[in-house]
Ligand binder design. Structure first.
Ligand code: F6P
Length: 335
């Protein structure tokens, strides 16, 4: 035993030392580092060995793994991104790639794996689970679209980043008396645009889950203008429309001077909020606990402020629906 607090745990778990792998995959999300830190420290605390696999499933295919120690994850809890690096692996999406990944894990003697990432990453984890590995998924995506959990790592930070951007844009929109279209991320999901739009007081919010009507949006702008409203913010999730298209249509239909801000990848970066650090810490540690207890084929999630283990098939069956009540509220408050 290298680390004494693990000794009692080693005995408690029947003397079985695990060789745990951890990887981050897909789009990075602030708070991933907190989750990695928790996996490593909880794993070592329980007496296990933890191996970091770099560059997601791509790195796994290339056997890019190395042991992580307590000090390997020092000073990372406040950092955005992921120290393990990440990738979207095309090769791993093929059956041949997945068999190769299983072989890679076997050859490294890693039978227990924590996968930190979004929908695609968790689907990859499920495939590895079906091949006999004990896998625990930790939802991390600024899209917040993973079913079963009320919150995914990275979302809270991204919402706050977008709200700060809206506040800044509002200053210049007011000064110039312009309409601004702000495009957020969210290819298939409107969580980010909806939450940030509500928190930032946007006049209209366009998300992929709810059909939108350009005429109604323009009528709202014109009504507001007649009441003396001199600026407006329209928030558009990238999956609903292109910000530049919406701006061109609005300008054409209303005659109001309109500008566009595409927030892009700045929404994925930055120091994680306390909420994301705590969530990453809780879910990362719970993933290790689940594997330690002999579990697998599960995703850790948050429900009513408790960490729960969810069946991975059930999680991946559905996409998490946006809360229509928030959408209605945002519409009413932007009257
Ligand atoms: O999955 C998170 C996400 O940020 C989406 O909102 C966005 O559409 C996508 O990733 C962008 O991915 P990439 O960084 O690969 O262009």
């Amino acid at each position: 035993m290298r680390f004494s607090p693990g000794c009692w745990a080693y005995l408690e778990c029947g003397g079985m030392l695990l060789k745990l792998g951890v990887l981050t995959s897909g789009g990075d999300a602030p708070g991933m580092n907190a989750a990695i830190r928790a996996v490593v420290r909880r794993g070592i605390f329980l007496g296990h060995e933890v191996f970091g696999i770099s560059h997601g499933y791509d790195g796994l295919l290339k056997h890019r793994a190395w042991p992580l120690h307590l000090g390997s994850v020092a000073d990372i809890i406040h950092r955005g991104g992921t120290i393990l690096r990440t990738a979207r692996s095309r090769e791993f999406m093929t059956p041949a790639g997945q068999s190769q990944a299983v072989e890679a894990l076997r050859s490294m003697d890693i039978a227990h794996l924590v996968v930190i990432g979004g929908d695609g990453s968790l689907r990859g984890a499920r495939q590895l689970g079906r091949a006999g590995l004990a896998v625990a998924g930790v939802p991390a995506t600024i899209d917040n679209d993973i079913a079963g959990t009320e919150l995914s790592i990275g979302f809270d930070t991204a919402v706050n980043t977008v709200v700060e951007a809206i506040d800044r844009v509002r200053d210049t929109a007011t000064s110039h008396e312009r309409v601004f279209v702000i495009e957020t991320m969210g290819r298939d999901s409107g969580f980010l645009a909806l939450s940030a739009g509500l928190a930032g007081g946007a006049e209209s919010i366009l998300i992929p889950e709810v059909p939108w009507d350009l005429d109604a949006i323009c009528e709202r702008l014109i009504r507001g203008h007649r009441r003396g409203k001199v600026h407006s913010i329209i928030l558009v999730a990238e999956g609903a429309a292109r910000g530049f298209d919406v701006a061109a249509w609005v300008e054409q239909l209303t005659g109001f001077e309109t500008r566009v801000t595409v927030l892009g990848h700045l929404q994925r970066g930055g120091s994680p909020t306390a909420t994301d650090r705590i969530l990453g810490s809780r879910l990362g540690a719970a993933a290790v606990d689940a594997l330690h207890d002999g579990g697998g084929g599960l995703v850790l999630g948050l429900r009513a402020d408790s960490v729960v283990g969810l069946d991975i098939d059930a999680v991946l069956e559905d996409r998490r629906p946006v809360d229509r009540r928030l959408y209605e509220l945002a519409s009413v408050l932007a009257i």
